[in-house]
Ligand binder design. Structure first.
Ligand SMILES: [Zn+2]
Length: 287
């Protein structure tokens, strides 16, 4: 059982490990294992070709996104859902009603034709958290801390960003190139395996590192597109203020460089960006 209480730093490190680091390493290990199994030079292992075929079938069905969701589940977040049960019922319903009435309504009014997103309220202690995710029907994951400490106007602005992600998803992802590039592991692994199994392991590690790097840049691009979408609807400076306040609450757990890049891409004045990144001492109260 993974403990979920504690500080934002520890929470976000664990989340980063399970959701972003763990999936590409698992996928790399499996693809290069297949490359090793199909090489005739490999020692026999449970009827190599049959095992390789079964692993490939698993890899076609289970992609990195699926493993990210598994990682998300392994962090324990999904077990921190607040269920509307007995003693908590009133508090839960009040929190959800507050959220739906104040933040979700104004967000959907601004974002247009999108359906309101189903809400999963989670208790993470003093950890700010708001994200869109899920296999199949995506849900909003909102920590009680963020619900308590963010005013409704800012929460609606942050929600507009999540609706931006939703809009992008609905446009359709098309062909998943990030998934297809893993097939490169088969010829590369097959050739290297004939030279030395150690080279195969090195290639798997390098492949996973490249996939991580590419994934990071793709995420940053997706964040910027969602930022732009939200800013067009709620106003760039108001949105940037809400975003910067949320990131301050996360307190260094995320790369400050990434926040700066996102603020710059919103087309803000450099002085405004500097002010949002380093607000005067009094302005930080409440976060
Ligand atoms: Zn986002």
């Amino acid at each position: 059982m993974i403990s979920m209480s504690g500080q934002p730093g520890a929470f976000y490190s664990r989340l980063y490990f399970w959701v972003y680091l763990f999936p590409p390493y698992v996928v790399a290990a499996l693809y290069y294992l297949v490359a090793w199994l199909i090489n005739p030079a490999s020692p026999s292992l449970l009827g190599n070709k049959g095992l390789a075929f079964m692993l490939l079938l698993v890899l076609v069905l289970v992609d990195v996104n699926w493993l990210s969701w598994l990682g998300f589940w392994l962090t324990g977040i999904t077990r921190r859902k607040i269920a509307p049960v007995d003693g908590d019922r009133l508090a839960y319903e009040q929190a959800v009603a507050l959220f739906n009435e104040r933040a979700q309504q104004s967000a959907t009014a601004l974002t247009g034709p999108l359906e309101p997103l189903p809400l999963e309220l989670i208790e993470l202690g003093a950890v700010p958290y708001l994200a869109l995710g899920g296999l199949g029907q995506p849900r909003l994951w909102l920590s009680t801390h963020t619900l308590r400490t963010t005013d409704s106007a800012d929460l609606a602005r942050l929600l507009a960003h999540e609706y931006g992600h939703r809009m992008e998803q609905q446009r359709g992802a098309g062909c998943n190139f990030a998934q297809l590039q893993w097939w490169l592991a088969l010829p590369v692994g097959w050739l290297l395996c004939a030279v030395s199994p150690l080279l195969l392991i090195a290639a798997a590690l390098v492949h996973a590192l490249i996939a991580l790097r590419v994934g990071y840049h793709q995420r940053l691009k997706a964040e910027s597109r969602a930022d732009r979408w939200a800013a067009d609807r709620v106003g760039a400076l108001d949105y940037a203020r809400a975003l910067a306040a949320y990131h301050r609450a996360v307190a260094g757990a995320r790369q400050p460089g990434a926040l700066k890049q996102r603020l710059v891409k919103l087309g803000l004045d450099p002085a405004d960006v500097a002010g949002l990144l380093n607000p005067p001492a009094g302005a930080q109260a409440g976060n």
